[in-house]
Design a protein around this ligand. Structure first.
Ligand SMILES: [Zn+2]
Length: 223
């Protein structure tokens, strides 16, 4: 068991290294999307770990700015805030799953993925096709489970650590990293997200001033 865990860790590390180099690749990890392969000046905003008491504020900012995003929801949060899940869809955003309880998926990958998909689809009343593993942690088992459930694995290439940085720093990290097809991760989970909420409209304004628009992953990831 320990040897397996070590092997899985090595594979996960290799996947992270390889993932930053190439957008999508096939192999032991199936298809993993790190950015959208496009020359269009389009960015993809994603929000992880919600929904929570912070989601409404995020949705309001997105609506005020005419911007769409994709929310990777945690099952137990979706169960606590089902209205927020429905609001995400009703307001034209994308929905993906991010496990039931946000563990490192060393084990219980099947249960975590299948249950979060079932629960979220049940609340939303529509199918979910995107999955982001908690902590971006992949193993061949996670990849297999995602594939068996018809879920495309979506990672990111802009991660400004919004949950532990001030608004100015979040903004400068995003500004520095964005390029056509970038997938940006922010977090709308429970707790104090005031820095992210302050940064969000300014990120959108900066991106628009650089002639970027914001797209929905599902529109670009159809094969
Ligand atoms: Zn997460």
């Amino acid at each position: 068991m320990r040897a397996w865990a070590l092997l899985a860790a090595v594979f996960a590390l290799l996947a992270i290294i390889a993932g930053f180099e190439i957008a999508a690749y096939a192999g032991a990890f199936g298809r993993v999307v790190w950015h959208v392969d496009t020359k269009d000046k389009v960015l993809f905003l994603t929000f992880d770990d919600g929904p929570s008491e912070n989601t409404r504020a995020v949705l309001d900012i997105l609506r005020e700015n005419g911007v769409k995003a994709t929310f990777f929801v945690v099952g137990k949060q979706a169960a606590t805030h089902p209205d927020a899940v429905r609001a995400i869809l009703k307001e034209g955003h994308g929905l993906g799953v991010h496990s039931m309880t946000h563990p490192w998926l060393w084990k219980n990958a099947s249960e975590e993925i299948v249950l979060s998909k079932m629960l979220t689809e049940n609340i939303a009343g529509s199918k979910v096709s995107l999955f982001r593993p908690p902590h971006g942690f992949m193993t061949p088992f996670v990849a297999l489970e995602a594939e068996e459930n018809n879920l495309t694995v979506v990672m990111w290439n802009v991660f400004p650590y919004d949950y532990k940085r001030g608004a100015d720093e979040i903004i400068s990290k995003v500004e520095e990293k964005i390029k056509p097809g970038s997938i940006i991760v922010l977090h709308d989970g429970p707790g104090n997200r005031s820095e992210m909420i302050e940064a969000l409209p300014r990120i959108i304004a900066i991106a628009k001033s650089r002639n970027y628009s914001f797209g929905l992953l599902e529109d670009y990831l159809r094969d």
